[in-house]
Design a protein around this ligand. Structure first.
Ligand code: EPU
Length: 429
């Protein structure tokens, strides 16, 4: 197992190119199951979760070829029929997002077995909305021995409300939308996710011949077609990676130019960052982040909510900002009430954070100091790395396999901005 060793205190300076979006790439890769034609994808990020999805697709009868700037997904006629519709526990346990193959598999083969994902580091994360939505389209679903077993004699379009306890669900919307593409008649999804990643999936499905209206709104209308065809498609850039570099530049008082063409996907975050006192200049596809001394930033108060509001995936990063800004900052979790595992690790670095139920309260401190800390999930790990860049002295971040799941070449990109971050063997674990 590896760890990051970070010597903090250096202002980040220079240019960084934001990679393709992990959370758009995963459902889009799953959607290739809906056709037997060749699909060419560009801007797929090179990271562990994408590798896991590729392994899953290979088991489900796809052949994937990676060329310099594109990924070619083909149907493998030699793959065994029985394995084509089974997503087994060995893969699903590595990545919850594997659930997103359920809709395409049942739509294409009229049956599928997908292992039921367990809880995750920040809570139970149920899949009831995925199941409910597919049942309403006409699937019979049962859970046996930890597997979701689904079958249908053919999906029929319907009006389906996908509202959950915490609002809309990104992957449940994706699953049901993909299934509805091959259903008979029209499906209306109410309370659909509005996230840019779901919009990207819908645009990809449209490029494959699906008939869908309403992407980006909370109502999706999908007219079923008999067949989808191959296409070539470029995946959007990763707004969460862009937000991560924004905070890294801000807390180190640096100046970083990001090549990031879709600032509208981060509008809420950019507006908030400007209010806090971070300089942001948007010029074409380049965005310059101008940091200052973090103690000059104003404290803030936010709640994580579905898009277009503040994303839960940047909560841990903004916690680092709040730890160093002046006065008190408050973050409430409106999506995952228990997503706070990074807080005690950040406290080890000198932060003043109090977590009370779904709210974290940060009192700004003048500085952080290096410590030995460990990542508990992807975004928790990213926050520890960013805190380490701002801290005085050496920080060792352990369990960085969580970070590798969702960031492409993070240490390399940070080093190109002047950070002192090394990857070393971790003999402790
Ligand atoms: N929920 C239910 N029932 C369901 C599905 C979801 O109650 O059947 C709840 C969840 O427990 C949560 C809320 O609904 O409280 C929203 O979760 P959502 O379903 O939208 O999450 P997801 O689709 O499983 C995606 C991202 C997550 C991101 C969330 C929220 C992917 C692969 N994952 O997950 O990304 O946090 O949306 O925006 O797209 C990450 O990248 O670090 C990450 C965790």
């Amino acid at each position: 197992m590896n760890k990051y060793v970070v010597e903090g205190g250096k202002k980040l300076q220079g240019d960084v190119v934001i990679s393709g979006s992990k959370n758009a790439a995963l459902p889009i890769l799953a959607a290739t199951l809906l056709t037997e034609d060749e699909v060419i994808l560009k801007n797929v990020p090179v990271l562990k979760d994408v590798e896991t999805m590729i392994s899953l697709l290979a088991k489900l009868g796809k052949r994937i070829q990676i060329e310099e700037n594109k990924m070619i997904v083909r149907h493998d006629p030699k793959a065994s029929l029985s394995s084509r519709h089974e997503a087994t526990y060995d893969i699903v346990k590595q990545m919850r997002a594997s659930i997103v193959v359920l809709g395409p598999l049942v739509a294409k083969y009229h049956k599928a077995t997908v292992s039921l994902p367990g809880g995750c580091a920040f809570g139970p994360r149920p899949v009831d909305l995925h199941i409910r939505g597919l049942e309403q389209l006409g699937a019979k679903i049962a859970v046996h021995h930890g597997d979701i077993e689904a079958k249908t004699s053919g999906f029929k379009g319907k009006t389906i409300d996908l509202i959950g306890q915490f609002g809309s669900s990104v992957l449940a919307t994706d699953n049901v939308a993909m299934a509805a593409c091959l259903a008979k008649g029209e499906t209306t999804i109410e309370n659909a996710a509005r996230e840019p990643e779901t919009v990207d999936l819908v645009n990809f499905l449209i490029a494959m011949g699906a008939k869908i209206e309403g992407a980006g709104s909370s109502i999706l209308k999908i007219r079923g077609v008999k067949k989808l065809h191959g296409c070539e498609y470029t995946i959007i850039q990763d707004r969460i990676e862009a937000g991560t570099f924004l905070v890294a530049a801000a807390v180190t008082g640096g100046k970083v130019r990001m090549k990031y063409a879709t600032p509208e996907h981060l509008r809420f975050v950019f507006d908030l960052a400007r209010e806090i006192g971070i300089g942001i200049e948007e010029r074409g596809e380049w965005i310059t982040i101008k940091g200052k001394k973090p103690s000059s930033y104003k404290g803030f108060s936010i709640t994580t909510m579905p898009y277009p509001q503040f994303p839960t995936d940047l909560q841990s990063l903004f916690m680092v900002l709040g730890m160093l800004s002046s006065g008190i900052s408050k973050i409430s979790e409106g999506i995952y009430p228990n997503r706070w595992n990074h807080a005690p690790e950040l406290v080890r670095m000198g932060a003043d954070i109090r977590v009370e139920n779904e709210m974290a309260i940060m009192t700004g401190v003048k500085s952080l100091e290096g410590a030995s800390v460990q990542a508990s999930d992807l975004r928790a790990g990213a926050a520890l790395v960013v805190a380490a860049l701002a801290a005085g002295g050496k920080t060792e971040v352990r369990r960085i396999y969580h970070v590798d799941r969702g960031y492409e070449a993070l240490p390399e990109k940070l080093r190109a901005l002047g950070a002192n971050i090394q990857v070393a063997r971790d003999s402790l674990l």
